[in-house]
Write a protein that binds this ligand. Structure first.
Ligand SMILES: Nc1nc2c(ncn2[C@@H]2O[C@H](COP(=O)(O)OP(=O)(O)O)[C@@H](O)[C@H]2O)c(=O)[nH]1
Ligand SMILES: [Mg+2]
Length: 288
């Protein structure tokens, strides 16, 4: 009999186009396994189940071919949302650590409604309820805009999210939800140096209002991260490993889309640290 995969449940939310699905795809076919053959990578990420395998397939058919992933669709039945299961092994000097995760990838509309609509429409309300259920241990919030004028809408969305947490009794009390807030696409030259101390040099510096709300309400249950699924070309060559173009989205807004530039030099940055925090409740000591 096949043993049922069980793991800690986390959710991922964030604006449309912030890089959530690409991040999960990067985990599903952990590129460091391919590009560091012979070298000693301390991490091994394995996807399980149908959805994880499908996502891994997307890496071969799209990301490694320099093509775009499809946007994540809103489903009217929550059970139709994919559930990605990962087992992450971390090699330590003395022994090995394991993280087993079940990840729910929410479409960007959920976040967008949080930022805009009050009260939340019914479907979004249901998504929120599910995201905050008692058995969900944490939520990864992926944001991709660091320019100051985004601070107001991000603050508004975070304020609403915190209100929902409170309503579902996940803000304080015996079972608070852990939050990891990540700035994605951090290979961008303006914020790449800030990756070393993202709380100070990315969040507090560029998004002070958002950071202040999160810290004051969530206290020690929030941590800040910098991630880049595409990364930079080499350790000593910080050129972004992606090609970008501007396009209009379905609502006529200008967005930037990117594809991987050099598949043989694919080194994602900061992918495991937020998951480690959500799972273990403490910061990861070494590595990215
Ligand atoms: N520059 C850059 N772009 C990225 C990165 N990760 C994803 N993207 C791009 O961001 C866009 C949206 O990605 P997607 O994963 O679909 O976003 P989602 O809507 O949040 O799931 C796509 O064009 C991706 O190629 C990254 O690490 N760096
Ligand atoms: Mg998506």
């Amino acid at each position: 009999m096949v043993k049922k995969f069980t793991g800690e449940i986390i959710t991922i939310i964030g604006p449309k186009n912030s890089g959530k699905t690409t991040y999960l795809a990067g985990l599903a076919d952990w590129p460091q396994k391919r590009t560091q053959i012979g070298k000693n990578s301390p991490y091994l990420v394995e996807p399980f189940g149908e959805h994880g395998q499908k996502l891994r397939q997307e890496v071969y058919e799209k990301i490694l071919e320099g093509a775009y992933l499809k946007p994540t669709e809103v489903k009217s039945n929550l059970n139709d949302l994919p559930r990605y299961m990962f087992n992450i092994k971390i090699q330590r000097l003395f022994g090995e650590e394991n993280i087993r995760l079940v990840v729910r990838d929410y479409p960007g509309e959920i976040y967008n409604q949080l930022a805009k609509a009050s009260p939340l429409p019914q479907l979004e309300q249901e998504y929120m309820k599910e995201c905050l259920k008692a058995d969900v241990i944490g939520c990864l919030i992926v944001l991709d805009k660091w320019e100051r004028d985004n601070d107001i809408t991000y603050s508004e969305a975070m304020r609403k999210f915190i209100t929902e947490m409170d309503r579902e009794k996940r803000l304080t009390g015996s079972n608070p939800l852990r939050i990891a807030v990540a700035m994605s696409k951090c290979e961008r030259g303006e914020i790449w140096p800030g990756r070393l101390d993202p709380e100070t040099d990315i969040f507090s510096t560029h998004l002070p209002g958002t950071t202040q709300i999160l810290k004051s309400k969530l206290k020690h249950n929030v941590k800040f991260f910098a991630i880049s699924t595409y990364g930079v070309l080499k350790h000593n060559d910080p050129r972004p490993n992606r090609k970008s173009e501007k396009r209009k989205d379905s609502e006529g807004q200008e967005i930037e889309l990117s594809v991987l530039r050099e598949k043989h030099d694919w080194h994602p940055y900061g992918m495991i640290a937020p998951l480690y925090w959500l799972s273990k409740g403490k910061a990861m000591q070494h590595g990215v």
